[in-house]
Design a protein around this ligand. Structure first.
Ligand code: SF4
Length: 272
């Protein structure tokens, strides 16, 4: 989907880490809205989206002046205490617009100059590979978490047709690994996948995080249910993948290939 861009000049850029992200002091969103428009994205039901006329995925606000704000707010926060940052909680920091706007890169440049104690970069986009040079300067204080919900491209297209293809995400994990950037594959929300999915990921990462709607949507799955996601499983006859116990079955598949200390579940996989 082609998203319409809006240029905004926010007054602040760092938000307090709360709820699912209470293990972080701050969250950082370079954009508002998200061009990927995933069907299961519950941010569409949050105030940032519900007051907009256009549907979720059709608009993106670009936060101009974000780097200057971060420079000031980060310095101030570091004077008070340790700073751990989750980027991003309600958008993907690698929007298609990031190619041209470079807001996320400008934020990373600030963090290279004045590093937080820890930064987690959460994305579905292969564009994250562009910033490997900056991640390397953050050394072990950064982790790139690449979402790969499934290895089956037709499943990915059914649930997230606007998001980048799986192959590019895997290639990016390979490049991150070769460069020595700490990274993980995040199977979140877990979607129907092949039996060989764990073997495929094992080539690229030594750390995975598994999450589902029931643990990860902040409401025991109710938010996702309200989005009508069950129907998307029914359309494929794959309702058995839409159950609270499914993650345990997937875990067992992963345990055949990964050791227990390489498998994280839900919130613990996103923590600093
Ligand atoms: S990439 Fe993330 S923020 Fe964007 S629509 Fe998908 S789930 Fe929502």
């Amino acid at each position: 989907m082609q998203s319409e861009l809006f240029y905004k000049y926010p007054k602040t850029i760092l938000n307090k880490g709360t709820g699912f992200l209470s293990g972080y002091t701050h969250s950082l969103n370079p954009y508002v809205g998200c061009a990927y428009g995933c069907s299961f994205c519950y941010v569409r039901e949050m105030p940032v989206s519900t007051f907009r006329d256009e549907e979720w995925g059709a608009w993106v606000d670009v936060k101009k002046g974000a780097a200057d704000l971060l420079q000031k707010e980060l310095a101030r926060a570091k004077k008070k205490d340790g700073v751990t940052i989750f980027m991003s909680s309600s958008t993907d920091p690698y929007q298609p617009a990031e190619h041209k706007e470079c807001i996320t890169r400008s934020l990373l440049e600030v963090m290279v100059e004045d590093p937080p104690d820890f930064l987690l970069v959460q994305t579905r986009s292969p564009m994250v590979r562009r910033d490997i040079d900056l991640f390397l300067q953050l050394e072990n204080n950064v982790r790139v978490s690449m979402t790969i919900e499934t290895d089956r491209e037709e499943i990915r297209k059914h649930f997230t047709p606007g998001a980048p293809a799986i192959r590019g995400r895997l290639k990016t994990l390979q490049l991150l690994k070769e460069a020595g950037v700490p990274s993980q594959a995040t199977i979140a929300p877990l979607l129907p996948s092949s039996r060989s999915f764990p073997d495929l990921l094992r080539e690229y990462v030594d750390r995975v995080c598994i999450d589902d709607y029931f643990m990860g949507d902040g409401s025991g799955g109710r938010r996702t249910e309200n989005l009508g996601i069950r129907e998307k499983y029914e359309e494929l006859g794959l309702e058995k993948w839409y159950e609270p116990v499914t993650y345990q079955k997937l875990m067992r598949r992963f345990q055949r290939v990964f050791s227990d200390d390489q498998i994280y579940v839900s919130r613990e996989g996103f923590m600093p």
